[in-house]
Design a protein around this ligand. Structure first.
Ligand SMILES: [Zn+2]
Length: 318
């Protein structure tokens, strides 16, 4: 008993042409509508409740099932994607870091997106290297810049190697306090608005999340601080998971909730801890279709929205 489940992953869904930062990597609202129309015609769009029942062995998904997942809790999902989901009568699952609506502080991941959307990548790479050399040995210690560049500057299917280098240094490799300092320096230099203002316009409010939930959308876990969870100490891991669950309390069933790992990063300790806290489905960024009954319930792979029309026909390969 096994069947294929396609899971599509979304981040920003916005009116790119009228956006202040048209270079931010997102799915334009009109392409989003076309995509949902295509999916509605070619797949069975299923709910998270059905997927949870299927991975628990209590339900058989229809053939060509597809689940829609939205990461990070962006307000543009609420503004542009939610009405389209309503119109087509399908469910989206929204994975929201606790910090975004609890404190309205800008996550590092978004600071970096906006820096990348505002700066020339070669100048930016030089700036990051300069900052790393400047702070090395003052309060912090880490490997030589060239060594780190060699190790981490590896292109993936969406980003050039310089972009990956900047992302990795500022997302997880450098010590956390220093990452914050350097990101904030670069944000001020390139982006030109305050972090606080951007945080308020970028993320959904608690009231908006309540509206999604009331309209049958699913709300899930995406950490509290959007850390690379596999890199956290056991204490940091517990703290981040516990804070996230506390913040999401009114939206989730503590006995059976769905997790989605920031940056797709996790390890055995992460899986064990979230399972002990009631996680019953989990989503990664491994790129392929999921096989119900074969894949572990806490490690369901996903495709990207760019893998489906009108962006591409890549999904056929999976
Ligand atoms: Zn995320």
């Amino acid at each position: 008993m096994c069947c294929k489940l396609y899971i599509s992953m979304y981040h920003y869904t916005r009116d790119l042409m009228h956006s202040r930062y048209p270079d931010i990597k997102g799915l334009d609202k009109s392409l989003f509508r076309q995509q949902i129309e295509f999916m509605k015609n070619h797949f069975h769009i299923v709910t998270m409740e059905q997927v949870i029942a299927a991975v628990g062995g209590r339900y058989e998904l229809p053939d060509r099932s597809l689940l829609l997942t939205f990461d990070d809790g962006y307000a543009d999902n609420y503004t542009f994607a939610f009405p389209v989901l309503e119109e087509y009568g399908v469910q989206g699952s929204f994975f929201i870091p606790g910090k975004t609506f609890a404190t309205h502080q800008l996550l590092d991941v978004n600071k970096i997106h906006y820096i990348l959307a505002s700066a020339d990548i070669n100048k930016l790479t030089e700036d990051v290297k300069k900052e790393m050399d400047y702070y090395r040995g003052m309060e912090y210690d880490y490997a030589p810049t060239d060594e780190l560049f060699h190790e981490y500057a590896v292109a993936n299917r969406f980003d050039a190697k310089e972009t990956i280098f900047v992302k990795r240094m500022l997302q997880t490799v450098l010590p956390e306090k220093l990452r914050n300092t350097i990101s904030s320096n670069l944000f001020e230099k390139y982006v030109g608005i305050s972090e606080e203002k951007l945080a308020y316009e970028l993320y959904m409010t608690k009231e908006q999340i309540r509206t999604l939930k009331r309209h049958g959308m699913f709300i899930g876990f995406h950490g509290y601080d959007h850390y690379w969870m596999g890199n956290l100490s056991p204490e940091q891991l517990r703290k981040d998971v516990d804070m996230a669950l506390e913040t999401l309390d009114e939206f989730i069933d503590r006995k059976c909730w769905a997790a989605n790992y920031p940056y797709g990063d996790y390890n055995q300790e992460v899986l064990e801890y979230i399972k002990s806290q009631g996680a019953c489905a989990g989503f990664t960024t491994e790129v392929r279709a999921a096989e119900i009954g074969v894949d572990s319930a806490l490690e369901l792979p996903r495709l990207d929205c760019n893998d489906f029309p009108p962006k591409s026909e890549n999904y056929i390969k999976y």
